[in-house]
Design a protein around this ligand. Structure first.
Ligand code: AMP
Ligand code: FES
Ligand code: ZN
Ligand code: ZN
Length: 340
């Protein structure tokens, strides 16, 4: 296996591009893909301040690293969700990355802990509200991401969604014809109605490439999946697409970028889907909360944009705070029974 650029020994093959790369040229390829997508979708300009939501996983840590490499002024944001040992380890990875890779290049970390600040955590919110954990989790993250970006005066909120993530979300939205979400599934959502600009500069890179990036750069990351996401629809959609990709390399990229080119404009943007965010394929997690369509007002509790008197996050906090914390184990999905 020879590097496509220098003919030196290759370390990775990228079948959808029919290319192998050595370590140096693979890292360069990753930077180029991020630069290309930022330019293509006018995501950010030099000199702007970016806030990167970092989970401790490979994608968001690689992204923060890539943006700093490319010379962007980028800080990190970590939200402590209170998901037992999983969150403890995720926080540890984020802090280690900040000290070793971000701080020396001027990047600092903002931390928000759900338990400390709001007296809630994801397992307890899920149990008390009888919601799917990913729904309480997604709602909290979106709210806190938006708030941190606005409060900190950042030009954009950046997330580490990669090509596999976006293709799987698209697949789920198409399977259930979630037209409001389809209209918003762009890698760049401009700032509007009190929400910050949101960008996803990793959409040209795959999960596997991000894992390779971290290994080659010496970045440690949280390798475990969230224990509460096990068996969710999003992971099932990813598995289905992986099978198709195995057969036809490039299929995922063609599916997602073809949609952006040919179809996204056909689905009108829907402001109501914004507070709810994008569907991740879980029942109830598509944010189809009680937000009616129409112009947005401000939450009476926290002042963030909403269609209701009180936003979905403040409602979640009001219902959950004061309850004894529920351990993760009690919220895990029961294993599905085999169909006979
Ligand atoms: P997920 O929804 O877990 O697939 O994560 C998608 C993106 O959301 C990640 O790439 C991060 O940018 C961001 N993210 C997820 N969890 C957290 C967290 N606990 N704190 C900050 N950012 C997060
Ligand atoms: Fe949100 Fe698992 S990371 S429920
Ligand atoms: Zn090379
Ligand atoms: Zn509120």
């Amino acid at each position: 296996m020879k590097c496509k650029v220098c003919s030196g020994p290759g370390v990775i093959d990228i079948r959808r591009h029919n290319a192998n790369f050595c370590s140096e040229h693979f890292l360069r390829y990753c930077r180029q893909q991020v630069e290309k997508v930022i330019h293509e979708f006018r995501m950010a300009s030099p000199g702007e301040r970016l806030l990167v939501a970092v989970s401790g996983g490979k994608d968001s840590l690689a992204l923060w690293d890539l943006l700093l490499e490319l010379g962007y002024e980028a800080d990190g944001l970590y939200v402590g969700l209170g998901i037992g040992d999983y969150s403890v380890e995720s926080a540890r990875q984020v802090k280690a990355f900040t000290d070793r890779f971000a701080a020396p290049r001027g990047g600092s970390l903002i931390e928000v802990d759900l338990r400390e600040t709001y007296d809630i955590d994801v397992p307890t919110a899920a149990k008390v509200g009888k919601r799917v954990p990913c729904s309480a989790c997604g709602l909290s993250k979106r709210h806190l991401f938006d708030k941190a970006a606005i409060d900190g005066g950042y030009d954009a909120l950046v997330t580490g969604h990669n090509l596999d993530d976006e293709a799987a979300v698209l697949y789920g939205n198409v399977m259930r014809w979630q037209t409001a979400y389809l209209g918003r599934q762009r890698p760049h959502l401009p700032a509007e109605n009190g929400f910050p600009r949101k960008i996803k500069p990793l959409v040209r890179l795959s999960e596997r490439e991000m894992a390779a990036y971290c290994v080659l750069r010496g970045i440690d990351y949280q390798i475990d999946e969230c224990p509460m996401a096990v068996g969710n629809k999003h992971l099932q959609y990813k598995a289905a697409l992986n099978m198709a990709e195995e057969d036809t390399p490039g299929m995922k990229q063609a599916f997602y970028f073809g949609f952006l080119r040919e179809a996204v404009d056909r689905f009108a943007p829907d402001a109501a889907a914004r507070e709810g965010g994008q569907s991740n394929g879980e029942p109830g997690s598509d944010g189809s909360t009680n937000d009616a369509e129409g112009s947005l007002g401000l939450c009476q509790r926290c002042g963030s944009p909403t269609n209701n008197e009180v936003c979905s996050f403040c409602t979640l906090v009001e219902r959950t705070s004061g309850h004894d914390p529920v351990p993760v184990e009690l919220v895990r999905r029961p294993a599905k029974r085999r169909q006979r």
